[in-house]
Write a protein that binds this ligand. Structure first.
Ligand SMILES: [Zn+2]
Length: 147
């Protein structure tokens, strides 16, 4: 697997594994100049869409051919597509201050999501308790009184 050129110093220094998934909040870091770089967001989106389309195409072919054989082509072709798209994606330079800002924004979003999910669980737990209590009251009411 080849190296990618750093958009800051033009050195062939960015590893392929560092390039995969490099976004503004977690960019690839150049070992030569310490410059940060990332791949545009639309790359990972087009990869997901492309893999879904590939799987659909092979499924249609399998249905038309009335054979399961084309289904075995899904994984190698998806892997090839994943590799090719990341390899040809362009690395864009990003300043360290911008990375910090994206990191903070992501942290806020994660915290908000966490708080929201906590609130939701608490709410559903309470409504569950309410339901149980109501049910118990009904059961008690149905039981004949003991004298
Ligand atoms: Zn560099």
């Amino acid at each position: 697997m080849g190296m990618d050129a750093c958009p800051h110093c033009a050195e062939q220094s960015i590893r392929f594994t560092a390039k995969i998934g490099a976004d503004p909040a977690s960019p690839a870091c150049c070992p030569v100049c310490q410059g940060h770089s990332y791949v545009a967001n639309k790359v990972s989106t087009s990869i997901s869409v492309g893999i879904i389309l590939l799987a659909c195409t092979w499924s249609v072919i399998a249905a038309l051919a009335n054979s399961a054989l084309p289904l075995y082509a899904i994984i190698p072709s998806a892997a090839w597509f994943f590799y090719r798209t990341w390899q040809t994606a362009r690395l864009l330079p990003i300043e360290t201050e911008t990375v910090e800002r994206h990191r903070r924004a992501r942290k806020t979003v994660t915290l908000l999501a966490f708080l929201l999910s906590f609130f939701h669980v608490k709410k559903s737990a309470r409504s569950g308790l309410f339901y149980n209590r109501q049910n118990k009251d009904r059961l008690i009411a149905r039981r004949p009184a003991i004298r």
